[in-house]
Design a protein around this ligand. Structure first.
Ligand SMILES: NC(=O)c1ccc[n+]([C@@H]2O[C@H](COP(=O)([O-])OP(=O)(O)OC[C@H]3O[C@@H](n4cnc5c(N)ncnc54)[C@H](O)[C@@H]3O)[C@@H](O)[C@H]2O)c1
Length: 259
């Protein structure tokens, strides 16, 4: 196989992506579908699942933080595709913006439940397929999983946890031929980051534009990344050329220096 050919995933991979009906997850689903993969997505938004599914992409409505719904999701995906080669624990919410003293336990728990428990449940219910197929687990973390992030403590804590989960799984399942990595997106263009920037702008009392400028001033390339940039990294990790990458926390962020 040439090096160039090694950069394409083999056709027919079976992929499960949580929160795949919008944002980054949807871009990943579409990226895999282009390679001839079969993709099963989950999402809590039923209308969004209906809008995204069709052709190579099937879907279920499931809350990534819910044990019973996640088990049912994996059973359905396994039934539809006959097994799983790649599991992407993508579901995650931004959580609250504010001083640790003002963050309620309910807000803290909700962020940790979706971001960290969700990734654990995907690993738990995907483990047997990953072992059987020498598969790949990808956990969607964030650059907030390698940097301190003032006023976003639940989010940062959850994403540092997600990185720990992905690295530990690489060690636990590596002897069975399973790879596990975390991807750490930076500031991804789209409505979600606009909301985060607006929340911080409101907190500090400056305009959205001023806060956006401040966010970008901390990125070496002075620009946002796209959901498709994250999808491209998933495809690389699923390709023969990525077959020796495991236990890593890989930033796709344009060089975020601080948060
Ligand atoms: N957008 C960014 O700038 C950014 C940066 C770094 C990391 N990330 C991470 O990337 C992942 C995807 O982020 P995104 O920006 O695409 O998110 P998003 O807010 O655009 O949401 C994507 C999808 O998640 C679904 N969803 C929300 N809660 C869910 C739940 N409990 N169970 C199932 N589905 C749920 C939504 O319905 C939506 O369709 C997250 O883990 C996020 O933390 C995002």
């Amino acid at each position: 196989m040439t090096v160039l050919a090694s950069l394409t995933p083999q056709k027919g991979l079976r992929i499960l992506i949580t929160a795949g009906a919008g944002g980054i997850g949807q871009a990943i689903a579409r990226g895999y579908a282009e390679t001839g993969a079969r993709v099963h997505i989950s999402d809590i938004d039923k209308a969004a699942v209906q809008a995204v599914t069709g052709g190579a992409i099937t879907g279920s409505v499931a809350n990534a933080a819910d044990e019973i719904e996640t088990k049912a999701l994996f059973d359905e995906a396994r039934d539809r595709m006959g097994g799983l080669d790649v599991v992407i624990a993508n579901a995650g919410v931004a959580g609250p913006t504010g001083s640790v003293r003002d963050i309620s336990q309910a807000e803290w728990d909700q962020c940790l439940e979706i971001n960290l428990r969700g990734a654990y449940l995907a690993a738990r219910f995907g483990e047997s397929d990953l072992k059987a197929n020498k598969g790949l687990f990808i956990a969607m973390a964030s650059v907030a999983g390698r940097l301190p992030y003032a006023f976003r403590t639940p989010y940062a804590a959850s994403k540092w946890g997600v990185v720990g989960l992905a690295k530990s799984l690489a060690a636990e399942l590596g002897p069975d031929g399973v790879r596990s990595n975390a991807i750490l997106p930076g500031i991804v263009k789209g409505p979600r980051i606009d909301k985060v920037i607006q929340a911080r702008a409101d907190q500090v009392g400056v305009s959205f534009e001023k806060m956006r400028e401040e966010y970008l001033s901390k990125v070496s390339l002075r620009r946002m990344v796209t959901a498709e940039d994250i999808a491209a990294m998933c495809l690389f990790l699923s390709s023969p050329g990525g077959s020796n990458v495991s236990g890593q926390a890989i930033s796709v962020c344009g060089g975020v220096e601080t948060l």
